[in-house]
Write a protein that binds this ligand. Structure first.
Ligand code: TRP
Length: 455
């Protein structure tokens, strides 16, 4: 069935549904896997402090800009630009976003698949009696296996597609409203366990006491990159979700609430992880292995570890699922609205493309690790191109578009709902969107390219 333009567009049914879906997109592996290890490597509280500034000054502005584009354009990431700037090349920003959605889903879905393997291992008590070396080997053997990660990754993709096929309100919103409260509940239980271990205090200090001696240019770039990734910005996810928000809702409040919720969950994840890490005398700067090697080691020594391990990996899978849903929706909305496919067909086609790239990513951890593009294996190449290039560049174009192209009148109307809202923050946000965000993003981006040239 082709899209019928006389039919009202599918949309989010309630305020809570909007927040659950958008926070569901934002809260993901980025919060629970990446934020803690980035903070661990970059000096704990100092990283948190810089990260917070980026979220408040830049993250919120880019999110407001994306919501504005989506709700004003009433279409997908590409269509909204076409509707707002007909005949101009701005839709290319949306194109980049669609490409990034495929790339991010490919490697993100691989890690999401790992969470299922770790749920399975938790159920069969597979970490018991293993030394840190054994656990590290277990992780390497699993991730380099030619078949097993692909099996889990495919299952994860099928779960994602199952939700997206069901539609915006009956699929995405419905599941987000169940999964997000569950996620919060699990994380709170884990925090209680973690902070009541003896020696937990040091972990709390690590997360909140800033050690600025660890801050380098690299810390700052990582913090901005992490803010973009964690808030799902720069590629049209929030444009797409914004297009499903009804005209009566307050976009500024939505952006602030979603950004704060996302940051809160990242901090809570740190609070669930670091006290336990310190209580067992383990080095917090383990990097990417923090969640898949360090934590199983802790779980198998901790009283009640069987249950907490299972809960933790379920938490990780839930967080990943509401995020992969949003990545898939960006592509599906585009395929169905611009290429006039049915939702089902669009989902199947998008999923096939993702599966193909995803399999390459998984294999690049093992069998085809030697295959390099610009010196990077396929996984690292897709990760680099999408998160280090497309997201900041996309974010830059998005704030410039809303700040200077769309026109102050149009943006104001969208943000104060045609004059019915006070929108007191509006002048501040406009200033951030027009000046602070583009300059900061451009500086960090150029610096990064500069650094690349040197090394
Ligand atoms: N924000 C999610 C996380 O933190 C990942 C994600 C979902 C994402 N959609 C995105 C990242 C769009 C960048 C762009 O895990």
């Amino acid at each position: 069935m082709a899209v019928n333009s006389n039919q009202p567009r599918d949309s989010f049914g309630s305020k809570f549904g909007i927040i659950a879906a958008a926070a569901g997109s934002a809260v993901g592996l980025g919060n629970i896997w990446k934020f803690p290890y980035e903070a661990g490597v970059n000096g704990g509280g100092a990283f948190l402090f810089i990260y917070l500034i980026f979220v408040l000054l830049i993250g919120v502005s880019v999110m407001v800009a994306e919501l504005t584009i989506g709700r004003a354009g009433q279409r997908n990431a590409i269509g909204s630009f076409k509707a707002l700037a007909p005949g101009k090349p701005w839709f290319l920003v949306g194109m980049m976003g669609i490409a990034a959605a495929f790339m991010i889903f490919a490697f993100y879905g691989a890690v999401a698949g790992w969470t299922l393997e770790y749920i399975y291992q938790s159920i069969r008590n597979g970490f018991a009696g293993k030394s840190p070396e054994d656990l590290s080997q277990m992780f390497t053997e699993f991730t380099t296996n030619p078949a097993r990660p692909i099996m889990w990754q495919t299952l994860f993709l099928i779960m994602t597609a199952g939700v997206v096929i069901a539609g915006v309100q009956k699929g995405i919103e419905k599941y987000s409203k169940i999964l997000m409260p569950l996620l919060l509940l699990i994380i709170l239980v884990l925090i209680v366990r973690s902070v009541t271990l003896s020696g937990a205090r040091e972990g709390i200090n690590f997360l909140f006491k800033p050690d600025f001696s660890k801050v380098t240019g690299h810390t700052i770039i990582s913090a901005l990159g992490q803010a973009f990734f964690s808030l799902s910005l720069g590629m049209g996810t929030i444009i797409t979700y914004g297009s499903y928000i009804k005209k009566k809702e307050n976009l500024l409040n939505t952006a602030v609430q979603v950004s704060l919720a996302d940051t809160l969950i990242a901090v809570l994840a740190g609070l669930a992880i670091f006290p336990a890490v310190f209580a067992f005398g383990i080095n917090p700067s383990e990097g990417p292995g923090l969640v898949f090697i360090t934590l199983p080691n802790i779980f198998q020594q901790m009283p009640g570890g069987y249950v907490f391990s299972l809960m933790f990996f379920i938490l990780l899978a839930i967080a990943a699922l509401t995020s992969t849903i949003s990545l898939l929706e960006v592509i599906v909305a585009y395929f169905s609205e611009e290429l006039k496919m049915s939702r089902k067909r669009a989902t199947l086609l998008a999923s096939s493309g993702i599966l193909f790239l995803g399999i390459l990513c998984s294999l690049s951890q093992g069998p085809i690790a030697g295959f390099k593009i610009f010196g990077l294996n396929i996984w690292d190449f897709l990760d680099f191109t999408s998160t280090k290039i497309i997201l900041p560049l996309g974010g830059l174009f998005i704030v410039i578009f809303v700040g200077f192209v769309l026109g102050r009148k149009r943006v104001t109307e969208e943000l104060n709902n045609e004059g019915t809202l006070k929108a007191r923050l509006l002048p501040v946000v406009m200033f951030l969107i027009r000046f602070v965000a583009p300059i900061a993003i451009a500086l960090v981006f150029l610096n990064m390219i500069g650094i690349l040239k040197i090394t």
